[in-house]
Write a protein that binds this ligand. Structure first.
Ligand code: NAD
Length: 253
């Protein structure tokens, strides 16, 4: 069912949330646009400015790495200022109320932990851009010191002490998905009774398969996204309103 207006959407959401014991949110970039972080596919989104740098190019080319770090530092002020929006706060309220065993996210912006969901209950399918790791040994690096060195060293991309390549702790196109995160997401999806797909165009695979796992396992599926998605026909409720407006009534302080 596609909700015809905001009041109908909120009433439908309330019924489904009240009836559910285990609610699993599956979030995408759309939940963070209210926080000032552009998504990929909306008009003016990141996709329209910069072609994503695939993983094999990042590994093969120092120039691609230089460009990736330039872009990352250019957007740092946006990430650093971002605060959780109403969607994040509503999901955190459901989590605090014991209704959400875990949040599965495609986002890399760290806003779910900032909203009060414990990091161990968040599955970051595409990693986290607020720090970096070595692709060989896994050593963690903070972005501040990397940036200082990048700027004084003529934009030389960083390497690890072990000689490996350093990259933000995100999953690029063409990069293997983190196995543990995928397994946890699949477990959460198959054991929930309500999956809330919030702010995702549901076109990036294999992440997009998570809501379908929930539906096939008998859960109800809600899609909250202002644009249609290919999965709308499988949803028990489709909300085409603004995410913040639709979820604000579920915020508890
Ligand atoms: P996407 O950009 O493909 O889709 C976002 C969807 O959210 C769009 O369909 C858009 O219409 C909708 N949307 C945006 N703002 C909305 C609002 N306020 N209310 C209702 N709907 C809204 O994002 P995706 O599906 O998450 O896939 C993109 C990939 O890009 C992900 O893998 C993610 O890792 C990455 N990404 C992450 C961030 C972030 O961390 N915030 C930002 C950009 C891209």
């Amino acid at each position: 069912m596609i909700a015809s207006d905001l009041d109908t959407a909120i009433a439908g959401l309330r019924d489904l949330i009240d009836d559910a014991q285990r609610i699993v949110p599956f979030t995408g970039a759309g939940i963070s646009t209210e926080s000032g972080i552009p998504d990929f596919r909306s008009p003016g989104g990141l996709w329209t400015h910069n072609r994503p740098i695939p993983f094999d190019e990042y590994v093969a080319s120092a120039e691609a790495r230089r460009e990736a770090w330039r872009r990352r530092f250019n957007i740092e002020a946006t990430f650093a200022q971002a605060k959780p929006g109403r969607g994040h706060l509503a999901l955190a309220s459901l989590y605090r109320a014991g209704r959400v065993p875990g949040v599965v996210t495609q986002n890399i912006d760290n806003l779910h932990p900032m909203s009060g969901v414990a990091p161990h209950d968040i599955v970051e399918l595409h990693g986290n851009t607020t720090y970096a790791t070595c692709l060989d040994c896994g050593q963690r690096y903070e972005l501040g010191p990397i940036r200082s060195r990048f700027e004084v060293n003529g934009e030389e991309p960083p390497d690890c002490d072990c000689g490996g390549i350093v990259k933000t702790a995100t999953i690029s196109f063409g990069q293997a998905m983190p196995e543990d995160a995928m397994r946890r997401a699949q477990q959460l999806a198959s054991a929930c009774d309500l999956l809330l797909a919030v702010g995702s165009s549901l076109v990036v695979w294999p992440a997009a398969g998570i809501p379908l796992i929930a539906k096939r396992s008998g859960a109800k599926l809600v899609i909250i996204n202002r644009e249609p998605t290919e999965f709308d026909e499988f949803a028990d409720l489709v909300v085409r309103n603004d995410i913040g407006d639709a979820l604000a009534p579920f915020i508890r302080h």
